[in-house]
Ligand binder design. Sequence first.
Ligand SMILES: NC(=O)c1ccc[n+]([C@@H]2O[C@H](COP(=O)([O-])OP(=O)(O)OC[C@H]3O[C@@H](n4cnc5c(N)ncnc54)[C@H](OP(=O)(O)O)[C@@H]3O)[C@@H](O)[C@H]2O)c1
Length: 405
Amino acid sequence: MATAVIIAAVVGGGVLLLMRRLFPRRKAVKLLQYPTDTMRGKTVIVTGANSGIGKALAGELLKLRARVIMACRDLRSAEDVAQDLKSRAGPEQGEVVIKHLDLASLRSVRNFCEEINKEEPKIDVLVNNAGIYQCPYTKTEDGFEMQFGVNHLGHFLLTHLLLDLLKASSPSRIVVVSSKLYKYGHINFDDLNSEGNYNKAFCYSQSKLANLLFTLELAHQLEGTAVTVNALTPGMVRTRLGRHVRIPLLAKPLFHLASLVFLKSPLEGAQTPLYLACSPEVEGVSGKCFANCEEEELMAKATDKQAAKKLWDISRRMVGLADSEGFRKAGPLSGCPSLKAPKSQIFGCKEEEAVESVAAAGLPLCGHLQGPLIEGLGGAIGTGVNVLCALASSCNVALPVFGAP
Ligand SMILES: NC(=O)c1ccc[n+]([C@@H]2O[C@H](COP(=O)([O-])OP(=O)(O)OC[C@H]3O[C@@H](n4cnc5c(N)ncnc54)[C@H](OP(=O)(O)O)[C@@H]3O)[C@@H](O)[C@H]2O)c1
C-alpha cells in the first residue's frame, strides 16, 4: 500500500513538473474595460470569427457596439456563433454581418473583397486572425502549402484588396495575429510551398514569421497615410487551433486539465487584438508587435527589412498582384502536352533566378515553377533565357514558358 502511494506521488509529481515545463505559469490577465460605445459607428472585419480568439474578439466588439463583419469559411458555424454572441452582448449592442471567406482560395478572397468594396462605405479595422496549425501536408486551391497559403498569402491578398477602402476610411487599423512560434522558423525562399520537405511545425513558424515581416513592410509602405498596421502574439490560448495535433487517448484528460490551468481562455487571448483594434493608446502606432497589450521585442529575423521586402515581392507574384502585361503578350497556351525534365534542366538556373525572371516579366507566378506543372507544359522548350508565363486554359494554372532569346 505504502509503495503504491509513493509510486503515485512520484508519477503525479513528474506529470506536474512536465506540465509546468510544457506550459509555463502564466500571469493573470486583466480584462480590458472600454466605455460601451467605444466602437459605435465603426466597422471591423475579423477573419476566423467563428472560433477561439476571433469569436471572443467579435463578441467584445459587438458589446462595444461595432458593426462586426465575421469573415468565415463555414457559414453554418458562423450563424450559430453569431446567434450566441448576440444573445450575450446585452440590449445595446452593435451589428453582426456574416460573409463567406475561405483563405485557402484566392478566388474566394477576391469575391469577398469585391463584395466588401461594393457594399461597405468604410472599414475602420481589419483583423487578420484566422489561422491553421500543423495540418497534414495539403495545398490550397491555388497550389500553395496550406499553412503558408492561409496564414500568410490569403491574408496578404485580402489586405491588399481592401487597402484602398482602408485608406479612404482612415484613420484605420490593420491588426495581424501572429505567434511567438515565429522564433522557430525562417522564410525558406527556395521552397515556399515545402514541396521538397514538409515539416508541419516549421511551416507554421514560417507562416507566423511571414505575418511579422508582412506587418513590417506594410507599415513601411503605409508611412504618410493614417492607416496603421500592428501585429500581436496572443500567448497560448485554449482554442481549437490544435485540432490537427494527435494526442494519445489516455493523455487527453490530462492535457485538457493542464490547458484549463495553464492556457489563456479565448477571452483572455482576445485582449491584445481588442487593444490594438480599440485603444486610443495605439493611435498612430504602426509596424510594432504586441503581447499582453504591451510592445514586444522581436528577434532580428522578424525585423529584417530586406527579408520583408523580398517576401513582399514574391508574395505579390504568388497571389497574382504583379503586373500581368507580359501574360497578355504571351497569350493563352492551347494545351498541356507532356514533358518530363527536372526543373534545373529546364531553367538552366536556380529556381530563385527563374522566379525573378518571371517577376521581371511582370507575370503571375501562382507558386508553381516545378513538378507537375512543368511536366504539363509541353515539349517546345529551347535553351532560351526569356521566361514568360501564360495561363494554360486546359491546366487552369500559370505556367512558365521559355522562348528563344
Ligand atoms: N491558440 C493559441 O494558442 C494561439 C497561439 C498563437 C497564435 N495563435 C493564432 O491565433 C489565431 C486564431 O487562432 P485560434 O487559436 O483562435 O484557433 P481556432 O479556434 O482554430 O480558430 C481559427 C479560425 O481560423 C479559421 N480558419 C482556418 N482556416 C481558414 C480558411 N482557410 N479560411 C478562413 N478561415 C479559416 C477557422 O475556421 P473553422 O472554424 O472553419 O476551421 C477558425 O475560425 C491564429 O492565427 C493562430 O495562429 C493562436
